[in-house]
Design a protein around this ligand. Structure first.
Ligand code: SF4
Ligand code: MSK
Length: 625
């Protein structure tokens, strides 16, 4: 997609973003939009997936003039290999996050930390029971030991199936078996993808694409699902609560700390530290009225879901939040953190603190968080933020005013509770056509798009069509800012959805968490399919990532499709150089998996595409409109 020089109006739909883009220009701060201009036009070989750097006989670029790489690999093979490595990267990100969660659960269970505890004991016991671990009459920590050990095996080569395959409808599992893509172990599938794509291994594009599906399934049904379930066990299962979004959540008279990244293991301890009376007193002694914490990206989602901590913004707001000049410190764990944040911070007085050895940033200060020292390290970070407050240049502070209210916290548990403990009301609403279907809109921002234009308009169009929308990741801020995450938003919905959501007192767009929490949506889809005795691919469901950018988003899209959920993307991954791979993604997978990808950059046309799919699925189930 070619990017041309854009006006500020064309860069974002939001007033707070535009105000900060103007300030960034005045302050001489470069942002992702500026760097995109410098990077454009992109290399067309890379864009279409036709360049290969997998060995030093190359690099090779495939064209009409040179249709084969030095080794003889053709364009189809190269495109498939590149896609395989791309989604392996995304699967590794989610799943390594999940592994960190297992380590925390293990350390709690074995008494290796006092900083973390089990908050949702009932969920621990329920999941242990679901996975066949004895719970009756056993001490909680003994069960936790067994559960962490069980989860670790999902990363190994010891299993033929993942633990949570018990949640997958039998028909779906049979499809996976027939295609030879039953996911076995997270690390195994990722390592095998790297092996297959080494020179001289898997030189059959379709075969490589099938292993891409298998790798991503291991992410969705293990890495991500484990991350979500353990986060709930350790920090509490989310329930509906109020919060706010916008850069206006940054407070002029307080020490402002932003948390960014993905894993709540760091941010949960920061939440506790900012309420420490000693630290609040220290902040006051420096002239601040208090300590204010706000979230960015998926760490923001995690804290908002469980604690109601307000959200400063999504991916493209991360630099702009610092441009307010009022942020003392930004503390990060990993994923989706632009390295530019250090540079932007240096233009003001903002300190950046990293916490994970696997995600250090040159120029940032590293405060290593481990399970045995999380609380102390969090206090150290908060103290560092307070020390920065007197360095703030008040003349350079400008915070966009106003915040938008939202309701967050729709875990599957809370959704079921809202429906009286059963899926029946939702199933009846779907059968009766009041809720025609459900679509998960997930993923990112990408400066190639006008920020959040597609995320917001797709959600608006779908709810008008009586389609329930579920959001995670960076689409949360987008739909929150658009006023779609409050019960009053039913006024924008079609009559059926308005009636159902109105009677349950819920918004027509439900916030279900962070990127890894797309696993909640997988589980919900499986619950619905099992209840109806059908496959997931028979349900009137779809996924969408209109403004995606990351390897993780591609992995999510691929596990959705492989799980039977049609998935719309605003733009294709770098696969268009191969007709074979592109046709497989857009059509062939439908025959094999009962779901495929659809590509459409226009959110209004995308809504029509998705609606058509939902119509087909309803018809297939014998449901009217
Ligand atoms: Fe070129 Fe083949 Fe090496 Fe890739 S693996 S760089 S196509 S020679
Ligand atoms: S943070 S993967 S920009 S959703 Fe999960 Fe947002 Fe996309 Fe990262």
């Amino acid at each position: 997609m070619a990017a041309v020089k854009k006006t500020i109006e064309e860069k974002s739909i939001w007033d707070d973003a535009r105000q900060m883009l103007r300030k960034a220009e005045r302050d001489g701060v470069e942002t992702a939009w500026d760097r995109l201009e410098q990077q454009t036009p992109h290399c067309t070989f890379c864009e279409s997936g036709l360049s290969c750097r997998n060995c030093t006989m190359g690099p090779c670029r495939i064209s009409k003039k040179a249709p084969l790489g030095v080794c003889g690999a053709d364009g189809d093979v190269i495109v498939a290999r590149n896609f395989g490595r791309f989604v392996a990267g995304g699967s590794a990100g989610h799943s390594d996050h999940g592994r960190d969660c297992i380590e925390a659960l293990h350390d709690v269970a074995h008494g290796l930390t006092r900083d973390y505890t089990i908050k949702d004991e009932a969920k621990l016991l329920r999941i242990a029971g679901e996975l066949g671990i004895a719970t009756e009459g056993r001490p909680l920590l003994e069960v936790a030991k067994d559960l962490s050990a069980e989860f670790y095996t999902n990363y190994s080569s010891l299993r033929k199936e993942l633990s949570f395959s018990c949640r997958v409808p039998e028909k779906r599992k049979q499809i996976w078996r027939d295609l030879g893509i039953t996911p076995r172990g997270v690390d195994r599938e990722i390592a095998e993808m790297m092996h297959r794509t080494h020179m001289g291994c898997d030189n059959d594009a379709a075969n490589t694409m099938l292993h891409s599906a298998r790798t991503c399934l291991a992410d969705g049904w293990a890495g991500s699902m484990i991350a979500t379930e353990i986060s709930d066990i350790l920090f509490g299962t989310p329930s509906p609560r109020k919060s706010k979004v916008n850069l206006g959540v940054i407070k002029e008279d307080q020490v402002n700390i932003l948390v960014h990244g993905h894993n709540p293991i760091v941010s949960e301890k920061i939440v506790e530290a900012v309420s420490d009376p000693e630290l609040i007193a220290l902040a006051r002694s420096k002239g601040a009225a208090g300590i204010n914490l706000a979230g960015l990206c998926c760490t923001g989602n995690e804290l908002m879901m469980r604690r109601g901590i307000p959200m400063a913004g999504n991916h493209l707001m991360t630099e702009l939040a610092i441009v307010t000049g009022a942020v003392e410190l930004i503390v990060v764990d990993y994923q989706c953190i632009m390295p530019s944040l250090v540079t932007v911070g240096n233009c003001y007085h903002t300190k950046m603190v990293t916490t994970a050895d696997k995600a250090k940033f040159t120029g940032a200060e590293h405060v290593k968080f481990e399970t045995h020292n999380g609380a102390a390290q969090a206090r150290k970070v908060v103290r560092m933020a307070i020390e920065r407050f007197p360095l703030r240049n008040k003349a350079r502070v400008e915070i966009p005013q106003g915040t938008v209210d939202l309701i967050t916290g729709f875990s599957n548990e809370s959704l079921l509770a809202a429906m009286g403990g059963t899926l029946t009301p939702l199933i009846e609403a779907i059968k009766g056509g009041k809720v025609r279907g459900a679509v998960a809109i997930v993923g990112c921002n990408n400066p190639k798009y006008r920020q959040d234009h597609c995320n917001v308009n797709l959600a608006r169009e779908l709810i008008k069509k009586d389609i329930l929308v579920l959001v995670t990741g960076c689409v949360t801020s987008a739909t929150g800012k658009a006023g779609l995450l409050v019960p009053e938003a039913i006024e924008m919905a079609g009559p059926g959805l308005r009636e159902i959501c109105g009677s349950l007192g819920i918004p027509p767009v439900l916030h279900m968490g962070s990127c890894v929490d797309n696993a909640r949506i997988l589980q919900l889809a499986a619950l619905l399919a099992n209840e109806l005795g059908v496959d997931i691919s028979d349900l009137p469901l779809a996924g969408s990532s209109p403004e995606w950018y990351s390897e993780k988003a591609a992995a999510i899209g691929t596990y959705c499709v492989a799980s039977g959920i049609y998935t719309h993307l605003g733009h294709p991954p770098n696969i268009t150089g191969s007709e074979l791979v592109t046709n497989l993604a857009l059509e062939g997978l439908d025959t094999l998996l009962g779901a495929c990808f659809g590509i459409e950059p226009d959110p209004f046309k995308a809504a029509e595409l998705i609606d058509k799919r939902i119509r087909q699925k309803r018809k297939g189930l014998g449901l009217g409109e």
